[in-house]
Design a protein around this ligand. Structure first.
Ligand SMILES: Cc1cc2nc3c(=O)[nH]c(=O)nc-3n(C[C@H](O)[C@H](O)[C@H](O)COP(=O)(O)O)c2cc1C
Length: 190
């Protein structure tokens, strides 16, 4: 089994990546393969509303000039998907929103191709707005018929500078329990 994670932060290996890797360590203890794809520095733009995915139904976005189709390919082959984002103005980053809108539309155009995959949202923030970013990601999972494991708190970690989330003990615990519950759920499903 494999869990594929996407980090929507503009900062590679920042707090969001630390939180995702905390979830990974629990998944890996249970023998689940993990891979992290970081959007930082990569070309990715928003949906252009061409609606070609609805017509083509070829499981890919018709805009082929950026990393989006590579992301969709990786999502398609995974059993579980983690979408991680920092909080930017009380929502996800622009990179993560581009991934949600385009991968989400392609999935809907192709008989809900993420249906019954396990999905988890992970959010980093400095002070406020993470719950809104968390909801944004979960909206994709819900409308895609995905299955969502829970944790002891909403999946967020607090910190501003890179590494600061490591001081947020409750945030890290939330990630560890999320990893354990995600592994448990994946094993029940497969
Ligand atoms: C453009 C921008 C907007 C931000 N907006 C918020 C915000 O609304 N709320 C908040 O708590 N932190 C906000 N932050 C802080 C980041 O969410 C925080 O530093 C987070 O840990 C970054 O994660 P990263 O290291 O993975 O990039 C913002 C940071 C940037 C660069």
């Amino acid at each position: 089994m494999k869990v594929m994670a996407f980090n929507g932060s503009a900062r590679k290996d920042g707090n969001t990546a630390i939180l995702i890797r905390t979830v990974f360590s629990e998944l890996e203890k249970e023998g689940i393969e993990t891979e992290l794809f970081q959007l930082a520095g990569k070309k990715i733009r928003g949906c252009i509303a061409c609606y070609k995915c609805m017509k083509n139904k070829d499981r890919r976005c018709s805009v082929k000039k950026d990393v989006l189709n590579e992301c969709i390919e990786k999502m398609e082959t995974a059993d579980g998907i983690i979408l991680g984002s920092p909080t930017y103005f009380a929502d996800v980053s622009a990179e993560m929103k581009a991934l949600i809108d385009r991968a989400g539309f392609v999935a809907r155009a192709n008989d809900d191709m993420f249906r019954r995959k396990v999905g988890a949202a992970v959010v980093a923030m400095r002070r406020g707005g993470a719950i809104h970013a968390f909801d944004t990601i979960n909206h994709l999972f819900f409308i895609s018929q995905m299955i969502i494991p829970a944790s002891t708190y909403w999946n967020m970690g607090i910190g501003r500078d890179i590494g600061a989330v490591e001081q947020d003990e409750e945030g890290l615990l939330t990630m560890r329990v999320l990893g354990q519950n995600m592994a448990w759920l994946l094993k029940k499903l497969h």
